[in-house]
Ligand binder design. Structure first.
Ligand SMILES: [Fe+2]
Ligand SMILES: [Fe+2]
Length: 202
């Protein structure tokens, strides 16, 4: 099964669709909080502030879209209101842990410098995923004439990917091999997450 097949079922089923939006909102919020937690209180850049603000907006925007389906659905991020709750809750932390281990070994970083490097590489991998997933989701929403829309998120995610590339190039000359390794880690976690979603939905 591909994402498009899974999304066709999800968007058709209001209860599942509300929980899917809530699941994406949870993940955007986890990402936003991660970015904020990696900020240096004194030297944080305009770019990082923009990025955190936009990810926080995505979390809010997706949660707000649920009201178009059912105003009373999914008031919290508790497990029963998510899809594939356990892999969803673990996804970012597990990716962050694995990436930190690699970055520590490869660049010999620790403390705040390690945190910032993890922000760069982990966020990059997530932006690659977002650039793939949201357009397929919007395609299904349009095909099914849903009132839910994610176009504004797609535009901002494309900007984020560019911004992460700019920052990665400035960070290290051999960013590319490390970024590939982190993308591979993300791929594994994504497969586990996707399989759990399929199991729950189909
Ligand atoms: Fe986002
Ligand atoms: Fe993003």
């Amino acid at each position: 099964m591909e994402w498009i097949n899974l999304l066709e079922i999800v968007v058709k089923t209001p209860g599942l669709h509300a929980r899917f939006l809530n699941t994406l909102s949870f993940m955007e919020n986890a990402g936003a909080r991660k970015i904020s937690s990696c900020e240096d209180p004194q030297t944080v850049s305009l770019l990082q502030l923009k990025h955190a603000a936009e990810e926080h907006r995505h979390a809010y925007y997706l949660k707000k879209q649920i009201q178009k389906i059912d105003p009373l659905a999914c008031p919290t991020f508790e497990a029963a209101e998510l899809l594939a709750a356990v892999p969803t809750q673990q996804y970012l932390n597990r990716l962050d842990l694995k990436a930190c281990r690699l970055l520590k070994k490869h660049f010999g970083l620790s403390g705040a410098a390690l945190k910032f490097a993890a922000y760069l590489f982990v966020t990059y991998a997530i932006e690659v995923r977002a650039d793939e997933l949201y357009p397929v989701y919007q395609q299904v929403l349009t095909a099914q004439h849903s009132r839910v829309m994610v176009r504004s998120i797609i535009l901002e995610e494309a900007g984020h990917l560019e911004e992460m590339l700019t920052q990665l190039r400035a960070f290290s000359d051999d960013w590319e091999a490390i970024a590939q390794a982190v993308v591979a880690m993300e791929n594994d976690l994504h497969t586990q997450w996707f399989n759990a979603l399929v199991k729950e939905v189909v």
